[in-house]
Design a protein around this ligand. Structure first.
Ligand SMILES: [Zn+2]
Ligand SMILES: [Zn+2]
Ligand SMILES: [Zn+2]
Ligand SMILES: [Zn+2]
Ligand SMILES: [Zn+2]
Ligand SMILES: [Zn+2]
Ligand SMILES: [Zn+2]
Ligand SMILES: [Zn+2]
Length: 354
């Protein structure tokens, strides 16, 4: 019975598999002992377990294996060299499910014993050997290329295998520097912080299956204010066929912020006062807006209630007189005229005296 050791190379991190030490690089392992005595048969599988010339070889083998073991341990802590189980009974091979007979060359892999030709890649059937390392995952064995294909993480941008830091986002894996804003192409990971080993905040906004930085997202997808043309991040006022910042929704004349009563002037917001002023609906007497009945005299407009006699203050509802820009009822017009003439005379006299 002969047993060949296979080392498991754990390279889940994507590091290159350590090469096995020189003395055992050739397979089968019995060819690799440095002892010149006695000459070894070319293949261990043909050797009879009862042959007497196997006895010294077994000792040499063990020594070589121990050396192999030590070298492997020195190489990597992940290398797992398995013990020779020479007293193994007849067992079933996990590869073909057939029995491994005592006369068969067997491979001991952890708790399992395989036929020499049954320990192969689950995916591509390449036989494992000292130069074809295997990787165990999910109770299956893979050669490195197949393991990489099946379990390796590939970058969503460059499609290359990711070695080292992996960034997971949007159901994909990325090289940190390859996860970038779809618009400005800047990486989301701060390369300076990453270089110093500091945790970096990866913040992005997903839109239509693409990641965007906050500023590009703002520019591209947020509504623009009709007044200032900048993005509206919070509350937008929908009015006058546009969207507005709350602060930008103000009277175009006096800049007062508008919330309740809003008037449109040339499709821009306007306060009530300036809207009425624009349309000439201001009372010439009280200077307030005119939104109900009014009296129109010449090109002046005034409230009905403001159309009063300047002297008696009663509302004029019929005939009126105008003296020196003021309105008078028929009853008071004469005294108003007298007063007006007197004032004019005094002015004249004053002017003459000068
Ligand atoms: Zn088998
Ligand atoms: Zn394979
Ligand atoms: Zn990449
Ligand atoms: Zn951007
Ligand atoms: Zn604005
Ligand atoms: Zn205004
Ligand atoms: Zn008035
Ligand atoms: Zn009067």
């Amino acid at each position: 019975m002969s047993e060949v050791l296979i080392s498991e190379v754990n390279n889940l991190d994507g590091v290159e598999s350590p090469t096995l030490p020189a003395p055992v690089q050739e397979s089968p392992i019995t060819n690799n002992t440095e002892s010149p005595q006695p000459p070894l048969p070319p293949s261990v599988s043909e050797a009879s377990p009862t042959a007497t010339d196997n006895v010294p070889r077994a000792a040499d083998e063990l020594e070589a294996l121990q050396q192999f073991d030590a070298e492997l341990n020195a190489l990597s802590k992940n290398l797992d060299v398995l013990a020779v189980n020479s007293s193994a009974p007849t067992v079933s091979c996990p590869g073909c499910k057939e029995q491994v007979l005592p006369t068969d060359t067997r491979l001991v892999v952890k708790d399992f014993i395989f036929h020499e030709n049954c320990f192969k890649c689950t995916n591509c059937s390449t036989l494992f050997s000292n130069v074809v390392p295997f990787i165990e995952q999910d109770n299956s064995y893979f050669c490195e290329p197949c393991h990489e294909k099946k379990f390796g993480m590939f970058c969503g941008f460059c499609d290359q295998l990711i070695v080292g830091k992996v960034l997971k986002a949007m159901n994909k894996t990325w090289h940190p520097n390859h996860f970038t804003c779809f618009s400005c192409k800047k990486p989301f990971e701060d390369p300076n912080a990453a270089a110093q080993g500091k945790p970096t905040n990866i913040e992005y906004i997903e839109k239509e299956n693409n990641p965007y930085c906050a500023s590009c997202y703002k520019d591209m997808f947020l509504p623009k204010c009709t007044a200032c043309n900048k993005a509206i991040e919070n509350m937008a006022i929908n009015a006058l066929n546009g969207k507005w910042h709350e602060a930008c929704f103000k009277c175009q004349v006096c800049d007062v912020m508008l919330n309740k009563e809003v008037y449109a002037l040339n499709n821009k917001p306007c306060c009530k006062r300036h809207f009425y002023e624009h349309n000439g609906n201001i009372c010439t007497v009280c200077n307030d807006i005119i939104d109900k009945e009014f009296v129109s005299i010449n090109d002046k407009k005034l409230h009905v209630k403001c159309f009063t006699c300047f002297t008696c203050k009663s509302t004029i509802d019929d005939s009126y007189y105008t003296v020196d820009g003021h309105f008078y009822c028929p009853k008071d017009v004469q005294s108003a005229m007298a007063e007006y003439k007197k004032k004019k005379m005094e002015e004249k006299a004053k002017a003459a005296a000068v």
